[in-house]
Unconditional design. Sequence first.
Length: 260
Amino acid sequence: KRFLILLLTAASLNTTAKADNWGDFYIYLAQNIKYPASAQLENHQGNSMITFTIAKGILENVNVQTELGKSCDIAVLNSLMAYPQLKSIEEGKYALKVAFRLQGANGAVLNEFVKMPIGFTALNTIHIIASAPLNAVSIKTPLYLVDGKPAGISLNELNPNQIESITVLKDAPSTAKYGPEGKNGVILIATKNPTVKQEPMYILDGKVMENSEIKWLDPNKIQSINVLKDASALTEYGPEATNGVIVITTKKDAPQKIKN
């Protein structure tokens, strides 16, 4: 959603054009200057200063006095040169300040304290306001995983009676396991589901194995068995380890054999 605000303020150190002579001009610019999409996406905001001369109804000596960039100055120039009633404007040298702002953005305001150039009549400042892109708003939302699957929800949207456990990962553990998506933390939620058999994950010599395969393993070939639960299991093996991990290491002096 895009908002336009016409703020009728003027610089005090320069001659100021009377508002009643410029009403149509201000309204036209406020309605036709578009916030460039590239600037909006890059969280680019600030002030642009344009100077120009009106002589016998003709627009002359147009100059970008203070450049904002990212096509913002071009947007002002295009609307200025397209104004259909230039002949109604009194002859003179004018300075126009256009302020581009993004609501909700935390980025710097470029040319924030730009001054009106001497020798020009200061026109009212026109404010072009748009909504900041989502990635420009400083909102740190963690990654939610419910039963191992990403879910764009918050805890208050879950039935607390259906929650079996909640594990919170932060900083290095969250990014190590989930990459950039886990930079704001990871919340692992396991729900109660009586229809699903809650079996642990089996790791045999570094490889994930099915329970049906493990039961045929010759116990005489087992070197060690380690059991991981809760955060330690989730941190090491991810959401598939919600029900714990059984890590089995076999003896290295002989190949694995299953019982007949």
